[in-house]
Design a protein around this ligand. Sequence first.
Ligand code: FES
Ligand SMILES: [Fe+2]
Length: 445
Amino acid sequence: MLQERIPDLAKFVEPDRVRREVYTDPEIFELEMERIHERVWIYCGHESQVPKAGDYYAVQIGRQPMLMVRGADGSVNVLYNRCPHRGNMMCGDRKGNTGDFFRCSYHAWTFQHDGRLRSIPMMESGYEGTRFGKDNPDCSMKRAARVESYRGFVFASLAKDGSSLKEFLGKAIVAFDDMCDRAPGGEVEIVPNCFRVIQHSNWKIFLENQLDALHPSVVHQSTGRAAHEVEKMIAAKAKKQSGGNAAPLSYHMLSAFATVTIDKWDSFQTINYPHGHCILTGYMGLRPQDPDTKAYDKIMIKAYGQKRFEEIVGVNIHHVLLYPGLSVQSPLQQLRAVRPLGVDRTLTEIWHFRLKGAPEAIYRRSLAYYNLVNSPSTLINADDLENFWKCHQGLSSDGGDWVTFGRHYGRDLEKDGMVETAPNCGTSEAPMRNQMKAWAEYMRG
Ligand code: FES
Ligand SMILES: [Fe+2]
């Protein structure tokens, strides 16, 4: 039935609107997994998640349970989490260390860290004269077709053919450069735990929200306002007591959701690239001239020189979206990986990184932001999750057939293969149009 409908999929996407089934039809979801997530480059994790030989991390690519594992030779492998004997899952835990090799818990076949068969109990007597054994590649754990990493960020593609990771990322690769360059050591390392959030909505609803500059001052207004009230109170108290007038920066991080009003978001800009990648420019003003920032600046200038330092901290990025599976907030060292679980269920893993060589206070500051917008106890994330769920509910109804992306449509500026929003159109829905354009291209096969 699905095959019959494939030729019609083109009718589901118009430049400024999309049929609701794109978000709610389980068969379209299956096809998305096959044609998008199990084909393109998907983020697996950061190399620092698996520092020692045998360290592994389970990761979902499309519908496939995979393992990212560090080999004894230092390379990072990505394998299907499946034993070639009778199909047992190799690792049941989310992460761990396999020791010198994988050992299947069912009949004790063992495998090297790169998936190659190492031993089978009584292999010779059991398999002599059969087609099974070390020479048969079907007796090894299957590897992801392609694995590449960029500045420590590991990606895998389950398709043999396709562009290189660098070609795929194109100019959106700046997400990783911006994050790593802000470290005096030029590298970041993972903060060992992430927030894992299961959203009861389609994966595309989350991605479309990431560069939706219209929503923060609406959805997060009540949270921002409450923080702003407290911020003012604390600042007034500080002034009375000590002559100072500043509340801790963490209040400002939240109050900005109310003080940066809708019209100000229009002064940001979106830049839309091939393959659905997009950037929202604009920086949330989290660089006060306090002693911690000054100490950091000093270390950075020593590492890079004044000119390069200014280039690095002057990069004007709010969010980078790497379609179809990653949203990176590089100036704040956090990313959100999207793992679709079903047509109406999406896992996001939200990771935070430490700038190597930066003062502890700088890490604490970005960690505070990470917690303030992502933790289970923050209202910011809850604000978004409520709308994602409600969107999916509405789209599942017969109340209308289309989702519209018409804001500032027709004003986009095309040049050099990318689409920029016109000045003062920061709340444009160009990023959603760009994502759906890529979606339609992938879905055509
Ligand atoms: S299923 Fe793994 S050794 Fe049998
Ligand atoms: Fe939001």
